[in-house]
Ligand binder design. Structure first.
Ligand SMILES: NC(=O)c1ccc[n+]([C@@H]2O[C@H](COP(=O)([O-])OP(=O)(O)OC[C@H]3O[C@@H](n4cnc5c(N)ncnc54)[C@H](OP(=O)(O)O)[C@@H]3O)[C@@H](O)[C@H]2O)c1
Length: 274
């Protein structure tokens, strides 16, 4: 079944289910990404700091799937903040990937302090104007960071990629995004695996004849977020893609809403800057 897509604020479509490669070892990345593409994933999420962009590029080049059917995201490394630095960091990522453009380029974190990300954003606007990226966005931005971009620059980010899963549902931020036409993309959509053995979740998944991971990914799809689960395990890569043939009932969505206790698996962007 085809993956549904979400339309960004510049009419570019992003698949609602993608494949993340954080912590995939560089030497394994091409093989893992090839498995993902063969399974049907068309969106791959990497970053300069994951040090595996070259493997992603290798998988793309060796795939039968045409480049224009793939959606490739990468991210600016934290030392890449500043206008000239960001342009150089983008060139370095493209060279690692071996591509002539990426589909989505994100500022990975709103750092360092004193709002240097505004200057960085202007570089992303130039990359967009020059046609080297099909869309630009941010990651780990809170509302004040976004407001600052609105006030001081020209383009509203197409995407904000943030930690989001049943334990951290980011309701207020999602509402803010919806108000401003920003697509919410969920990182660690499976809580890095930590929630998947929960008894309530397991029982809920069994009702649908699905695994806890499939239940959680289905929840993301119905919430309207873009999710990018990671796995290096071929059976899980396939399992995580098999989520398009069932639908969660309203009362089960309500049961999942109860999991929201604010637990993070990663750092809070507030610890970096404002
Ligand atoms: N923008 C940011 O700051 C940021 C931060 C973190 C992550 N991300 C992005 O989001 C992607 C996903 O997040 P994540 O990697 O942190 O965590 P995740 O996708 O929530 O979880 C990955 C973990 O869950 C396990 N897993 C995957 N499928 C499973 C299944 N069906 N059953 C049981 N366990 C399963 C994986 O194990 P195995 O691999 O061993 O199978 C791995 O340990 C990243 O790869 C990256 O692309 C972005």
């Amino acid at each position: 079944m085809a993956v549904p897509s979400v339309v960004l604020n510049n009419e570019v479509a992003i698949p609602q289910l993608g494949f993340g490669v954080w912590q995939v070892p560089a030497g394994d990345t091409a093989k893992v990404v090839r498995t993902a593409i063969e399974t049907g994933y068309r969106s791959i999420d990497t970053a300069a700091s994951y040090r595996n962009e070259a493997g992603v590029g290798e998988a793309i080049r060796s795939s039968d799937v045409p480049r224009d059917e793939l959606f490739i995201t990468t991210k600016l490394p934290n030392p890449g903040h500043g206008y000239d630095e960001a342009l150089r960091a983008f060139d370095a990522s493209l060279a690692e990937l071996g591509l002539d453009h990426v589909d989505l380029y994100l500022i990975h974190w709103p750092m360092p302090a004193r709002g240097k990300y505004v200057e960085t954003w202007r570089a992303l606007e130039k990359l967009y104007a020059d046609g080297r990226v099909r869309a630009i966005g941010v990651s780990n931005f809170h509302v004040p960071h976004l407001r600052r971009l609105f006030d001081e620059t020209g383009i509203v980010p197409a995407v904000n990629q943030v930690e989001l899963h049943p334990r951290l549902q980011q309701k207020a931020l999602r509402e803010f995004h919806a108000e401003h036409g920003i697509v919410t993309e969920a990182w660690s959509p499976l809580t890095q695996g930590s929630l998947l053995s929960d008894a309530t979740l397991t029982a809920l998944a069994a009702k649908y004849g699905k695994s806890p991971a499939q239940l959680v990914l289905r929840w993301h799809l119905q919430l309207g977020t873009v999710a990018i689960p990671k796995s290096v395990t071929p059976s899980r890569i396939r399992e995580n893609f098999d989520v398009f043939d069932f639908e969660l009932a309203e009362d089960d969505l309500a049961a999942l809403a109860e999991f929201d206790d604010g637990t993070r698996t990663g750092p809070d962007p507030d610890t970096f800057s404002s």
